[in-house]
Design a binder for this molecule. Structure first.
Ligand SMILES: *Cc1c(COP(=O)(O)O)cnc(C)c1O
Length: 223
């Protein structure tokens, strides 16, 4: 067991050394025990990414606010209240309805919630996220909500074994990010471009990612 924790700490240290300055590392912690997440934090992880509100609640009760918490899964409306309590950022806003619900709950809790728009850069019908051509419209809707802070874009990209195949999707998402920045939308603070996972983070960084979300390369393969 301690060997496993050493492995995690070592993985985090190597990654932190490898990442260029200005690129944030999110530890994608789905299915991991709190003990393993704590090992990653000891080695320097500052942001935990969670896909499920229930899992996050359990880890959050032990770990608390010594790190920041980013929601990276698909958020159901009935989980928004709890999510707004725990998370410092929600990376996966993909509809006005969801934005409205987050705004409502954030207002009730006296918070301003930083959010990213999830872009379905591969235009895959079965996936979450908005198609690239719909992102500006959603961005313009989000900035109308006083308790949301539009902070950037997130994308998964199509799952490919070869990370080179993800490059064009990352590139298109970066172009969209630049385009949105140039609109100077009032109240928006577009600084985060969250893209790249274990297989693809190097390519994502080359294409302009400011934040990568890594699970397997930190914790080992999920079973
Ligand atoms: C699981 C997950 C990751 C990390 O995936 P790995 O391939 O294990 O690095 C990143 N982003 C999201 C949204 C995830 O669900």
């Amino acid at each position: 067991m301690s060997g496993e924790l050493d492995y995690i700490r070592e993985n985090v240290r190597k990654l932190l050394q490898e990442l260029p300055p200005g690129v944030e590392l999110v530890a994608a912690a789905k299915q991991q025990t709190t003990e393993k997440i704590l090992a990653a934090i000891e080695a320097g992880i500052k942001i935990i990414g969670e896909n499920y509100v229930q899992e996050a609640v359990a880890a959050f009760q032990v770990i608390g606010r010594r790190v920041s918490w980013s929601f990276i899964g698909h958020l159901q409306k009935n989980k928004v209240k709890k999510a707004v309590e725990i998370f410092d950022m929600i990376e996966t806003v993909d509809s006005v309805d969801l934005a409205e619900e987050i705004n409502k709950r954030a207002a009730a809790q006296g918070k301003i919630m930083p959010v990213l728009i999830e872009v379905n850069s591969g235009r895959e019908p079965q996936k979450f996220g908005v198609f690239p051509e719909k992102v500006e419209e959603l961005a313009r809707a989000i900035i109308q909500f006083p308790n949301l802070k539009l902070s950037g874009l997130m994308t998964m990209g199509p799952f490919e074994d070869n990370p080179e195949e993800a490059r064009s999707y990352f590139r298109e998402t970066k172009q969209l990010f630049d385009y949105l920045q140039n609109l100077n939308l009032p109240g928006a603070d577009l600084r985060i471009l969250s893209m790249g996972m274990t297989n693809s983070y190097r390519v994502a960084i080359e294409e302009g990612a400011t934040r990568v979300r890594i699970g397997t390369k930190i914790f080992g393969p999920r079973v």
